[in-house]
Design a protein around this ligand. Sequence first.
Ligand code: HSE
Length: 441
Amino acid sequence: MTTESGTSQAPRPVGVAVLGHGTVGAEVVRIIRDDATDLEARIGAPLELRGVAVRTVSEDRGIPVELLTTDAESLIARDDVDIVVEVIGGIDLPRKLVRAALDAGKSVVTANKALLAEYTGELAEAAEAKHVDLYFEAAVAGAIPVIRPLTQSLAGDRVNRVIGIVNGTTNYILSAMDETGADYAEALAEAGRLGYAEADPTADVEGFDAASKAAILASIAFHTRVTAGDVYREGISKISAADLTSARALNCNVKLLAICERITTDDGKDKVSARVYPALVPREHPLASVSGAFNAVVVEAEASGRLMFYGQGAGGAPTASAVMGDLVMAARNRVQGGRGPRESKYADLEIAPMSEIVTRYYVNLQVADRAGVLSAVAAEFAKRGVSISAVRQEGAGNGARLVVLTHRATDEALSSTVAALDELESVTAVTSVLRLEGSAE
Ligand code: HSE
């Protein structure tokens, strides 16, 4: 920096407070300290760690104990803190702390999808009031750049669809079921042993984690506030080894998908659909081959066509990579003046109910193996205008099963067909119902 008298002046350092020192926080702190020279060159000023807020101060954390504090609020309030990194997790405490930081004019970088899926509106307004940045690349799909591509690279395009595998735990489980023939409980237990599944896996396996991410993706892709409560959600806990076998026979894989879509109703109105459920995906679709704990997001936009982003969606270092990207951007903005993109909600589209969504269904029925059963089953589809694309019988006699694949129809027509099938005398049980995504028919 050059002063009026022409002498050079060292740029003012950018002060950072990190809230949380778990797997992500520890990695963020390590990078800030180990890569200080490179970070300074990229930012144009030194990035200085002012402190790390933790639940308990301990000398075992591998950082000078004087950097640690249990008083997050005082750390945030320090005059020499410009940017606050929130990697605590949970909702209530981070909401309070992030809010305090924004209200005090500090930029915030957070990896907290659950917080954002509920409170982006409130936090974005607080950021707006103080003209500071609120960045959250790490909240969706870990290391994979997807927030910045949607908010910046594609800012001049029209996004129609974002479809992704955004939960590594469930992708690990479904991949293991596909590759080894394991049933759900065995694959979940293995995921737990390997550290992919948490002791209480509900948030992952029932789709809550993916629904939070879908809310964030839908909000930024369609310039509309979408919260977790707007996202239709089903998890994977009812998926059976038999579903994977049937999927294979149909040349499909089963994936937990987060789908964010612009739909146009018959009267020409644009709406947003955000939904999470396990679905059959044709093996030739790029998401079908994403296996193990990896994540991938496919974006379809008017001018760009289909784009795919793939990589590690969780873990300390990959998530820290995304946090650091945001931190460098926020720090550059501090040094150069200005801000990154603010919340964009101008389109304010209506949320489409699930009943209006057009999909294809896979229905697996346990049936009596006698003449007339197939026509009775087919009649229920026909009555509701649902066209069948393929039927397969698996087994015979008491073990007979019918697998029906439909063409596209509204979810309302499909779900009422399934309810009617359940009532048929010749249908012993509707064993499973899955949607089929990623195919044109
Ligand atoms: N639990 C998530 C997953 C990672 O399994 O992908 C954090 O969002």
